[in-house]
Design a protein around this ligand. Structure first.
Ligand code: PHE
Length: 458
């Protein structure tokens, strides 16, 4: 495309992506992570399977899609971190800078999410080490269970890997957008996909594939409650990295002449494919080993080692899988950290390095509350469960949907039509209007219905 789609004249302070492909890779890297492979299967398992998955898919397409377009659009127009972009655009479009609060809510959610995300990514790194040392050789279900309990029982082991993971994330962020990030994603995402396909072959041939598929894809609506619908929506926000400003942030680095809508479609399809694949891999193994789908956050750590123990050459294979998952987690963690780091750089005028270390340190400290949720503080429960459970519930199911909804309301109702249309003018006027209806009416109403339903207002 030779002419610019957007007539935006503001430029990003942190540079731009080198091409459309790198933007797609970066956002896909943000979207695909522990949310697809660790979280999706266990949340689906906890919420009864098929009907949950159906609602999740509906949320992805009618809520997630328009909101992602809105967030990229806001980012590209604002060209700053999410808070400043909302302030600038709020002032420009409505004369009111308080819209920046939406950016704050998102950043807060990012803080909470990264604090536990890093701990779980640490588990993944630990499983990588265990796999190469041959620990899973010929193991049965009880032994795998024992190893997992040993890990979650140990504050030290979790702390070590949580620290390693946070340090890696901080280093990449400190180096800036182009050097670390772009190269990493290009290689790792396709590799992860290939391994998932190989694991799928294992599940089809060795696992209880029929029961697995039935559980995942056959809707049983009797299992659906207000809270499980909320969980499905929360998962849709979480997996697409919506509502916390990282998509706004990445949009700020998107060149003017790239199509937002086409890019979004690609990203969403990749993310959904990976989550479904992960489910198709995990559940046949669950049923084949007489495990239950409701194992909670330990689900993949209790099932996948069994597959690796069973496959010829599974050791190398397991190691490869866990290292790739760690990388997938890093490309998401970076996107969780980048908005607050960019905010600190632009606001307080400190260097990228200082800002990455300071914020990384805060989040790292917060992570200890999650580590303790699995051992010393496991009995300290309130509201939705342990501290970890509450962090997760509050951020995914409440904060992300609220700020995602406000981002999309802003883009569709408060931005002038000429501004939003100039960001989306590669699509036909009809398509543009469809986006406005989805973003301004369907998505916000959807979010509200799910909220009210969860607090039993209906
Ligand atoms: N989408 C990421 C995943 O699925 C997690 C994430 C959530 C990243 C919110 C950024 C913002 O793993």
């Amino acid at each position: 495309m030779s002419n610019n789609i957007s007539n935006n004249e503001r430029t990003s302070l942190q540079g731009l992506w080198s091409s459309r492909i790198t933007f797609i890779l970066a956002v896909t890297g943000s979207a695909i992570g522990l949310g697809n492979i660790w979280k999706f299967p266990y949340v689906a398992g906890d919420n009864g399977g098929g009907a949950f998955v159906l609602i999740y898919l509906i949320c992805i397409f009618i809520i997630g899609f328009p909101i992602m377009v809105s967030e990229i659009l806001i980012g590209r127009r604002g060209r700053r971190n999410p808070i400043t972009s909302m302030k600038l655009l709020g002032e420009e479009e409505t004369g009111n800078g308080s819209w920046k609060i939406v950016g704050f809510v998102g950043l807060l959610a990012g803080f909470l999410i990264l604090s536990y995300y890093s701990v779980i990514a640490g588990w993944t790194m630990h499983y990588f080490v265990l796999s190469i040392s041959g620990a899973f050789n010929e193991m049965n279900s009880e032994q795998v269970n024992f190893i997992f309990n040993e890990l979650t029982g140990s504050i030290t082991t979790q702390a070590i890997f949580h620290t390693l993971f946070m340090i890696s994330t901080v280093i990449i962020i400190a180096k800036g957008i182009k050097n670390g990030l772009e190269k990493a994603v290009k290689l790792m995402m396709p590799a992860l996909l290939i391994i998932l396909f190989i694991l799928l072959i294992y599940s089809v041939t060795q696992g209880d594939f029929t029961r697995g598929v039935e559980f995942l894809l056959k809707p049983d609506f009797s299992k659906i409650t207000g809270d499980s619908i909320l969980a499905a929506m929360g998962q849709a926000f979480f997996t697409l990295s919506l509502g916390m400003g990282c998509i706004v942030m990445y949009g700020a680095y998107l060149p003017n002449n790239e199509s937002i809508v086409r890019t979004t479609v690609t990203i969403i399809l990749c993310d959904t494919l990976i989550a479904l694949l992960a489910g198709l891999v995990i559940f046949p193994i669950v049923f084949d080993n007489n495990l239950t789908p409701t194992e909670g956050p330990g689900l993949i750590f209790l099932t996948l080692p069994l597959a690796f123990a069973d496959i010829n050459g599974g050791l190398a294979f397991g190691a490869l899988f866990f290292i790739l998952l760690t990388f997938a987690a890093i490309t998401s963690a970076i996107s969780l950290l980048e908005p607050s780091v960019a905010w600190m750089i632009e606001q307080l005028n400190v260097s990228r390095k200082v800002s990455a270390i300071a914020i990384g340190f805060l989040i790292w400290s917060l992570g200890f509350l999650t580590i303790l949720s699995f051992n010393d503080l496991a009995d300290f429960t309130f509201w939705k469960g342990t501290i970890f459970d509450n962090f997760d519930y509050l951020s995914s199911n409440i904060l992300l949907p609220i700020s995602g909804m406000l981002f999309t309301i802003f883009a569709s109702w408060f931005m002038t039509k000429s501004s939003s249309q100039s960001e989306l003018n590669d699509i036909s006027p009809i398509a543009y209007n469809i986006w406005r209806i989805l973003a301004g009416v369907v998505a916000p109403i959807g979010v509200l219905i799910v909220f009210f339903n969860a607090i039993n207002l209906f």
